[in-house]
Ligand binder design. Structure first.
Ligand code: AMP
Ligand code: ZN
Length: 744
């Protein structure tokens, strides 16, 4: 520090530089020069100066990482170019097919690739203006995302300012994630605090980057890896992808580790196999490899479908497996009343997540695989699906336990279960069954449905149990006073119970119970919890006498839902009142109607009323929708209690937004009906469908008098004959391409 009196301005800028340098040393070079404590002191000093002289605060100040005032919702930004998804390949053959297709599309061209790790996180689009991080946005629906700049600033490895010489405008894409180790620690802390555990790093990341208060985001250990320097065609000279990655590294951005330029399919395959093998060595989760064309000109020539670029593909790793022991098999009642067996497992780590339960589909499956308590089983986790039991790898010899049979009555409400002949599932048909109600409400509130923040599993359970919510419409009449004061109880749980039971054995019977528990020094048992336990058990003797089961069920802590949280939940309920129509359809939980089907329905029917009165023909006219879904939709809307539910939702102010159908309404192919048949050469049928619908056209499954065009690829069969009979215009692939490019 200089001896002369330093101006606050000089001091602030010195501090900023210094903090940035230490951050770089710490996060990017892993060579810290000062302790965390000293770092915090410098930070506090800078914050104090900025507090006193707000005019000295800059957007790139390290203090801004800590986050400002909570914001209401997020602003939206449009992505230019859109943030597309990636097509997937699952084995060498599919990878080879992909490369083969590129070679067909680009005859006589050398194609080089870059292979990168596919980090399993959440993508983020970043914009640096004049070297300063100006914007960060989530992928959202690919075209429009949430502006989460304040949250992105809390990512420590992300520079807020680039070194001198950085381009005036730099667009970068990357993946935000939580490393495995940090995730484990986060969950340990939550466990110790008696809070619900996070399911996996990716979901936690997704939730964290969208937190409304960036101070909360700052507390979570987010990291980022950058994988794309965005170069718009026509915007000056462009570099190869590999050079783009090098530029990003040079600018101090954390770049995807381990990437490699590959000149042939065999090199690409070797890279994929190598990392499939080594994935466990990384401190973050990867679910595959991304293979990209290196040359920007070739990328332009290949272009993109509505869903994904043609110049990149994901190679997805096979699901991760692990071996563990079945402790119990218990029946679980789902949203549709279906009762399925669930295996309670000896906890085991699979792909960085602790797995304690796995599904067994149904009781027939359970019988076929002959899985019994005590067996050692192979479990598998793929994508975000709940882990499943694949098979028994070892039994307990001849002393095997009994087979588990489906219960005769619902384990929750006691109603006799029924099973239609043709189905494999036993069901509780009691619509008021608390388990069914609870699961439907959870589904309704979940992120991909109505996305009601704060309405977590615990709270929903509490609302259902307390009779405050008997269906989803009841949610909208909740009041603050009903919510505030709800009490959350955490119990000791099996793991702590075991530790306690073992530890307490070695303690003299006459000792003070509180001192005795403290002396065991068990992680997760803070002073308040020790006190709670002493109140419950009173003496060392009584604690010893308790069974493991009693111990596990003992209360460890209670917490009330505060007024602020209650208000927040009411606010998110209020905000959920204008969902996209597709979300609402999905949220209502019609049998066989998943997200994709819900979107298809919402595209075809502009309102719930239209959908409710849709004829079987109108429903089945939609490609991909058959009689099973059509029946389910009609059965749902025919039910008096569902009609009542919808009326109540409407009365509560629920107004679904119509899909943005501008393209459909104004596109050049508006009202034109297409049928596709045979194999197309240059695009898959899905791609063709996407391109036709993007221009406002409609693609249906069968040829009728209303069909305008039949697109016939190779090996076209009966549909072609029918079209010829009906005099429908037939297009070959070139004809379709011409139509799509606006040539006629
Ligand atoms: P998917 O969501 O399965 O269609 O895969 C596309 C997503 O993969 C992108 O949106 C990114 O979030 C993610 N991703 C992870 N690593 C990369 C990478 N190296 N290059 C491109 N995308 C990546
Ligand atoms: Zn029931």
């Amino acid at each position: 520090m200089s001896a002369m009196a330093e101006s606050p301005q000089d001091r602030a800028s010195w501090l900023r530089e210094e903090l940035q340098r230490h951050e770089r040393l710490y996060y990017q070079e892993a060579k810290p020069e000062i302790t965390d404590r000293e770092f915090d002191r410098l930070m506090a000093e800078l914050a104090a100066i900025e507090e006193e002289h707000p005019e000295l605060r800059t957007a790139d100040s390290p203090t801004q990482r800590v986050g400002g005032e909570p914001t209401e919702g997020f602003e939206q930004v449009e992505h230019q170019p859109p943030m597309l998804s990636l097509d997937n390949t699952y084995d060498h053959d599919e990878l080879e097919e992909w490369v083969g297709r590129l070679e067909r599309l680009l005859p006589d061209t050398e194609i080089d690739f870059v292979c990168e790790l596919k980090v399993d996180g959440v993508s983020l689009s970043l914009l640096y203006e004049d070297g300063v991080l100006a914007e960060a946005a989530t992928r959202g629906n690919g075209r429009v995302g949430d502006l989460v700049t304040a949250n992105a600033r809390t990512i420590r490895s992300l520079p807020l300012r680039l070194p001198a010489g950085a381009p005036a405008r730099l667009r970068v894409r990357g993946e935000v994630f939580i490393p495995r180790g940090a995730f484990r620690k986060l969950n340990e802390e939550r466990e110790a605090a008696g809070e619900e555990l996070y399911a996996n790093p990716r979901n936690t990341t997704a939730g964290t980057i969208r937190l409304l208060d960036s101070r909360d985001t700052a507390r979570r250990p987010l990291e980022i890896t950058c994988y794309e320097l965005v170069q718009q065609p026509g915007a000056g000279e462009r570099v190869s992808h590999a050079d783009g990655l090098k530029t990003l590294s040079r600018l101090g951005l954390p770049v995807s580790q381990g990437w490699r330029r590959c000149e042939s399919l065999s090199e690409v395959v070797a890279f994929c196999d190598d990392w499939q093998e080594k994935r466990g060595e990384l401190d973050f989760e990867i679910d595959g490899v991304v293979v990209k064309v290196d040359d920007p000109e070739l990328r332009d020539r290949l272009g993109a479908t509505a869903k994904a670029p043609r110049w990149a593909v994901a190679f997805k790793f096979a699901a991760e497996q692990a071996v563990t022991v079945v402790r119990a098999i218990s029946p679980q009642v789902g949203r549709t009343g279906a009762v399925t067996p669930v295996a309670e497992l000896e906890p085991v780590l699979v792909a960085g997540t602790t797995v304690r339960r796995a599904t067994l589909h149904n009781y027939e499956d359970l019988r076929d695989k002959d899985i019994r308590v005590g067996d050692t089983v192979l479990i598998e986790k793929g994508g975000d699906i709940i882990p499943k039991v694949v098979k028994v790898v070892e039994t307990r010899g001849d002393r095997r336990s009994q087979r588990s049979k489906p219960p005769e009555n619902c384990p929750v409400c006691g109603e006799k279960l029924s099973k239609p002949e043709e189905e494999a599932l036993w069901r509780c048909v009691n619509a008021a069954c608390p388990a069914v109600v609870r699961e439907s409400i959870r589904h309704f509130a979940s992120r991909n449905a109505m996305d009601i923040e704060g309405l977590g599993n615990w709270l929903v359970g509490e609302l259902v149990e307390g009779g405050l919510a008997k269906n989803v419409a009841d949610l909208y009449s909740l009041t603050e006073s009903q919510l505030a004061g709800l009490e959350k109880t955490t119990t000791v749980g099996e793991e702590l119970a075991t530790k306690l039971a073992v530890g307490i054995k070695g303690v003299p019977a006459g000792s003070n119970l509180g001192d005795a528990i403290r002396s065991l020094d068990i992680q997760g048992l803070g002073p308040k919890k020790v006190e709670m336990l002493t109140q419950t058990f009173d003496t060392v003797g009584k604690l010893r006498a308790a069974s493991l089961g009693e111990l596990a069920k003992a209360t460890l802590s209670t917490a009330k839902l505060g007024e602020r949280s209650a208000a927040k939940i009411l606010h998110s309920l209020e905000q959920s009142k204008q969902p996209a129509l597709a979300r609402l359809i999905y949220a209502l939980g019609l049998r066989h109607v998943g997200e994709r089907t819900a979107t298809l329905l919402a595209h075809r029917f502009p309102s719930i009323e239209d959908l409710a009165s849709a004829s079987t023909e109108a429903l089945e006219e939609i490609d991909e929708i058959g009689s099973r879904i059509a029946e389910s939709v009609q059965a749902f809307f025919d039910s008096a209690s569902n009609q009542d539910l919808l009326a109540r939702l409407e009365k509560a102010g629920l107004r679904p937004k119509q899909e943005t159908r501008s393209a459909q309404e104004e596109g050049p192919l508006k009202d034109r009906v297409f049928v596709l048949t045979g194999t197309l050469d240059g695009m898959t049928r899905n791609e063709a469908t996407a391109r036709i619908t993007a221009l406002g056209g409609k693609v249906t499954g069968s040829v009728s008098g209303r069909t305008d065009f039949l697109v016939a690829g190779e090996k076209a069969g009966s549909k072609l004959r029918k079209a010829e009979q009906l005099g429908v215009e037939v297009l070959d692939e070139a004809g379709l391409a011409e139509l799509l490019s606006g040539g006629r």
